[in-house]
Structure formats: structure tokens, C-alpha cells
Design a protein around this ligand. Structure first.
Ligand code: 5AD
Ligand code: SF4
Length: 445
């Protein structure tokens, strides 16, 4: 290869699914940047195309298949194009072979546990011309020190633990991400200090269940203690975390949010269902009353807290009465935002084998009714901010309206606002003039 060619090497990466996958993609980008590749947003001029996949719901999987099919003509045009598929979907038994059978032009397949080996696989494809398929079915030791090329210059995700031990009966995550493993607190703190030195202002600590952070480590640490340590880091402005399992969110963590100035007043607390009967079959280990009591405690201790959640409708056996319990809980909590999902059957999970699956039309009808109730509370809560002044961390110009800046309040609300002389990374006080359904509009006076 001559120098010109080396200089122009580009990769395209598409990520489906959760923040964990986003962070994995930032690591793949970091590794590629290290070996001279730059990112492109169009597939047409890419030398490498990577799909980082998700399998939490069936529609995410279908999208990956659709996208893979479309690559056929690109590969025909450019036989040197390297196509790599990775992520949770590849961890499913038999999936890698299924992909290769349907899309034989794929060059590299790997899973969530061996993403750190991507440069090695790439090298093998380039030098030996082979097809690489390697998926580890067991989790490895946490690999530290992988370069990360982050999307934002202001806020960063930091994974504090991998995997999940909860085995909610609908969920495939424990099968594809393995058992819980926590990173050492010193590695986490060192990474955050480095980010602060680079100018980052906000950190979101990530894990499938951050509240069980620390189990199995040789140090005297739990999640609340980690939060307090992170709060000590000078120059950092804001700390968030997700997700919290309601059964494991402790009073210690709530008090840490109350007492530590950098911990933002926001909690993502997936409820999944408001029916005790369904929660039990889901293997969630709390009742609706436990959940409502927890919400009361949070609201009492943390004024102006933003509470968000995940909810599934149409879990096997869910009756209209169960669903009414969910609607009632949503009204009682008054969420600031909620991710709502239609139950999706996932291979190998206990719920997939249940016989009383809910018909599609019933699921869709419940979904629509749920979204309506959720939106009512989101809009009502946003309205309260009209006329108030809130602290916003500026993330840059708004993508939809370049006359405005965009950022979030401490409790997680999206604010688009007009201002002069501000830049990404600034903390500004914004006066809210109008509440829209899913954002606030304001100005810096
Ligand atoms: N079907 C629908 N939603 C699901 N989730 C997880 N598994 C499924 C499934 N099989 C949702 C849960 C979880 C979120 C990340 O995805 O609400 O909290
Ligand atoms: Fe899935 Fe439950 Fe683990 Fe969340 S806590 S990742 S829903 S098994």
C-alpha cells in the first residue's frame, strides 16, 4: 500500500441497542483510530463497515438483517470492503453461522467478550485473506486500557461493571453479556480523571445493574462508596448513572445523591410492570408497593428529582387487569420520561416458553394506551418549568435548529435555548420560556 492509500482509510460504524453497545463502539473506533483509520458517516466511501448489534428485542435483530442484505451491492462494487459484525446478537447460539450462511460476504464476526481482539482479526483478514469467526461463550477477565474515541467532547460514558446476574424471565442480556463483573475502583477513577483532564464535564456510570457494583472485588467498596469517590474528583461537574434495579437501590445510594454536589438529581428505575402477579413471573423480586415506597423515599430525599423508567407491555399472561395496574402505577409515579416496549419473545428465555403469549393486536393496543398516559405525565412535569431558571450543561448547537444551543438540566431534561457567547462544556443558567412535550425552550438572559 502506498502512503496515499494509508491516509485515506475510513470506517463506518452503526450501533444498535443500549449505552453499553455505544461505549463498545467507541472502543472499536478508538482501536481503529490508533491504526490510522478515520470515521466516515457514509457506507459508500468506507473501507470497513462495522455493525455492532443488539438482540434485546426482535426488531433490532431484523434491522441488522435488513442492513446486511443492503451491503451486497457495495461489496460487489468494492471487493476489498471489509464487513465486520459484532455485539450481543452474535453471542446468541447459532447466530454467527446463520449470518454467514445468509450473508457469506461478511469478513469478520466476533462477540461482546472478545471485541478487544478486533485489530488482530482485521490484520488476519487483510494479510491472510481469511474469514474470521470467533465468539467466546464465556466472559473473559475485564480488559483495561483499550483506546476510546468518544462521540461527545462534553459528556462520556464509563462502564463500571459488565454483565448481569438477574435473569428476568423475558431478558436475553444475561445470556449474551455473561455474569456480573465489576471494574476495580482505581481503574474507574483513573479513567474519569483522565477524561476530566481532557475537558469532559459529565460522566455517566454504566452497568446493567450498577447497584450491585463491587461484588466479587477484593476491596471494601459498593456502589454508594464508588459514587462518593467519584464525587471527589476535581474539575468534574456532573455524574449520572444507569441502570438501577429497584430491588438493589439502597438508601445509601439515595443519600449519596442527596449529599454529593456532583451527583445529578436523576434516577432511571426500570419498573417493567405495575402488576404484582406479572412482576413475580418476570422474576423481578419486588412488589408494586415496594417500588412505590422507593419512589416516595427518593422524592422525599431528593427535591426536583427526575425519575425515568422502562416498561414492557404484553408479557405472557398479562391481563387487562394487570395492564390497568401498570397504567395506575405510571399515573402515581408521574414519570419524567419512560422507555416503553412491546414484549418480544427471545430465544432461550423462560418467558419465550410460556404458553399464554399475548396476541399482537392486544399488545399494540396496550402500547398505544400506555404511551398516551406516559406522555400526559411527561408534558405535565415539563410545564412546571415555564418561567423557572435552570442550570444547563451546554452540549453544542441543536441538530434540529442551529440557531439554538442544546443541553440538559441536572435532572435530565432536554433544553434548547438561545444565547450569546457560550460554548460546549459551559454551565449556564437558562430561563425557560416554553415547555414543549419533550423539551424545554429557553434563553440565557
Ligand atoms: N421484550 C421487550 N422489552 C425488553 N426489554 C428487555 N428484554 C425485553 C423483551 N424481551 C426491555 C426492558 C429493559 C430494557 C433495556 O429493554 O424494559 O429494561
Ligand atoms: Fe435484563 Fe433484568 Fe438484567 Fe436488566 S436486570 S439486563 S432486564 S436480566
Amino acid at each position: 500500500m502506498d502512503k496515499q492509500e494509508v491516509k485515506d482509510l475510513k470506517y463506518f460504524i452503526e450501533t444498535w441497542g443500549c449505552q453499553m453497545n455505544e461505549e463498545d463502539s467507541e472502543k472499536l473506533s478508538g482501536m481503529l483510530k490508533n491504526i490510522g483509520y478515520s470515521r466516515t458517516e457514509t457506507k459508500d466511501d468506507a473501507n470497513i463497515i462495522i455493525f455492532n448489534t443488539c438482540c434485546v428485542r426482535e426488531n433490532a435483530e431484523n434491522k441488522v438483517f435488513g442492513n446486511l442484505g443492503e451491503l451486497k451491492h457495495l461489496k460487489k462494487k468494492n471487493p476489498d470492503l471489509i464487513i465486520a459484525i459484532c455485539g450481543c446478537m452474535m453471542q446468541q447460539q447459532g447466530m454467527a453461522d446463520k449470518v454467514l450462511e445468509k450473508f457469506p460476504y461478511v469478513n469478520i464476526i466476533f462477540g461482546t467478550h472478545n471485541a478487544y481482539k478486533f485489530p488482530e482479526y482485521l490484520n488476519r483478514v487483510q494479510t491472510e485473506g481469511v474469514q474470521v469467526k470467533e465468539v467466546f461463550n464465556k466472559e473473559t477477565k475485564i480488559v483495561e486500557g483499550i483506546p476510546i474515541d468518544r462521540k461527545s467532547d462534553v459528556k462520556a460514558f464509563v462502564t463500571i461493571m459488565h454483565g448481569c446476574n438477574n435473569f428476568c424471565t423475558y431478558c436475553i442480556v444475561p445470556y449474551v453479556r455473561g455474569r456480573e463483573r465489576s471494574r476495580k475502583s482505581e481503574d474507574i477513577i483513573a479513567e474519569i480523571k483522565e477524561l476530566v483532564a481532557q475537558g469532559y464535564k459529565e460522566i455517566t456510570l454504566l452497568g446493567q445493574n450498577v447497584n450491585s457494583y463491587g461484588k466479587g472485588l477484593d476491596e471494601d467498596i459498593d456502589f454508594a462508596k464508588l459514587l462518593r469517590k467519584v464525587n471527589e474528583i476535581e474539575g468534574l461537574e456532573r455524574v449520572r448513572f444507569m441502570s438501577s434495579h429497584p430491588k438493589d437501590l439502597t438508601k445509601d445510594v439515595i443519600m449519596a445523591i442527596k449529599e454529593c454536589d456532583k451527583l445529578c438529581e436523576q434516577i432511571h428505575l426500570p419498573v417493567q410492570s405495575g402488576s404484582d402477579r406479572i412482576l413475580k413471573i418476570m422474576n423481578r423480586h419486588y412488589t408494586r408497593q415496594d417500588y412505590l415506597d422507593l419512589i416516595d423515599l427518593i422524592k422525599k430525599e431528593i427535591p426536583d428529582v427526575g425519575i425515568t423508567t422502562d416498561i414492557i407491555v404484553g408479557f405472557p399472561g398479562e391481563t387487562e387487569e394487570d395492564f390497568q395496574d401498570t397504567l395506575d402505577l405510571v399515573k402515581k409515579v408521574g414519570y419524567d420520561s419512560a422507555f416503553t416496549f412491546i414484549y418480544s419473545r427471545r430465544n432461550h428465555t423462560p418467558a419465550d416458553k410460556m404458553e399464554n403469549q399475548v396476541p399482537d393486536d392486544v399488545k399494540h393496543d396496550r402500547f398505544d394506551r400506555l404511551v398516551k398516559i406516559v406522555n400526559e405525565s411527561v408534558i405535565r412535569n415539563n410545564k412546571v418549568y415555564e418561567g423557572k431558571t435552570v442550570e444547563v450543561l451546554v452540549e453544542g448547537l441543536s441538530k434540529n435548529d442551529e440557531t439554538k444551543y442544546t443541553g440538559r438540566t441536572r435532572n435530565g431534561r432536554l433544553v434548547n435555548f438561545t444565547a450569546e457567547n457560550v460554548k460546549a462544556g459551559d454551565l449556564v443558567n437558562v430561563k425557560i420560556v416554553r415547555a414543549q412535550p419533550f423539551s424545554l425552550i429557553g434563553l440565557v438572559e
